[in-house]
Design a protein around this ligand. Structure first.
Ligand SMILES: O=C(O)c1ccccc1NCC(=O)[C@H](O)[C@H](O)COP(=O)(O)O
Length: 207
């Protein structure tokens, strides 16, 4: 089970999350976000946690040039793409970086088939409002959840094990429920989230 802690805005929160056992850190470059971070801070955070921890840049309806330039400056290892973008755009990005392509449940029927077996593109299912802390209806999604996809949307220490049991995602991602305030991590929540997700590996829940 891979675990991504999103909305990192400081070197201190990057180190905290890496020490808690996160596999990936999310850095949000969407200007609408209350967790917006500068590429230079991201770069410093990446140097502080070392190469074993993935640095994922999060983008929402931003141009290809902007994403690639930011990824270079911030020294990202992957990009996460929200919003209404074409499949060509995603394919072009995937030539440079591993892509987490974020879908809403309503997109699933069409988009999951487009990206099935596409190298370099991993799907992530999230709530319609990214970073909004709203859980999806996991039971309604079971059966349609794409193998190998990641899950986000209102996950936290209290509910991540149940989400993993129902949908068996390859990875989980969270932000709202891990914060003391937007852009500032709650250390206890981060540690409890990573621990709960790692202990809840689907293999420990035979169906
Ligand atoms: O979190 C944001 O502010 C945000 C803004 C614009 C685009 C994406 C954003 N977050 C992306 C994430 O990866 C979040 O971790 C994901 O949506 C889950 O958020 P939450 O439901 O709050 O755990």
């Amino acid at each position: 089970m891979k675990v991504k802690v999103c909305g990192i805005t400081s070197v201190a929160d990057a180190v905290l999350s890496a020490e808690a056992g996160a596999d990936a850190l999310g850095f949000i470059f969407a200007p609408v976000s209350r967790r917006l971070v500068a590429p230079e801070v991201t770069r410093g955070a990446g140097l502080s946690v070392g190469p074993a921890v993935a640095r994922v840049g999060v983008f929402l309806n931003q141009g290809l040039d902007e994403v690639l330039r930011t990824a270079e400056t911030a020294r990202l290892s992957a990009v996460q793409i929200h919003g209404q973008v074409s499949s060509l755009y995603v394919r072009q990005l995937a030539a440079y970086y591993p892509v987490l392509r974020v879908l809403r449940p309503a997109d699933l029927a069409v988009e999951a088939a487009v990206w099935r077996d596409h190298p370099g593109v991993t799907l992530m299912l999230d709530a319609p409002e990214p970073g909004g802390g709203q859980p999806l209806d996991w039971d309604a999604l079971s059966g349609a959840f794409p193998p190998g996809a990641w899950l986000a949307g209102g996950l936290g220490p209290q509910n991540v094990a149940q989400a993993i049991r129902v949908l068996q995602p390859a990875g989980v991602d969270a932000v709202s429920r891990l914060e003391a305030q937007p852009g500032l991590k709650d250390p206890a929540a981060v540690r409890a989230f990573v621990r709960a997700a790692k202990q809840a590996h689907p293999q420990s829940y035979p169906q």
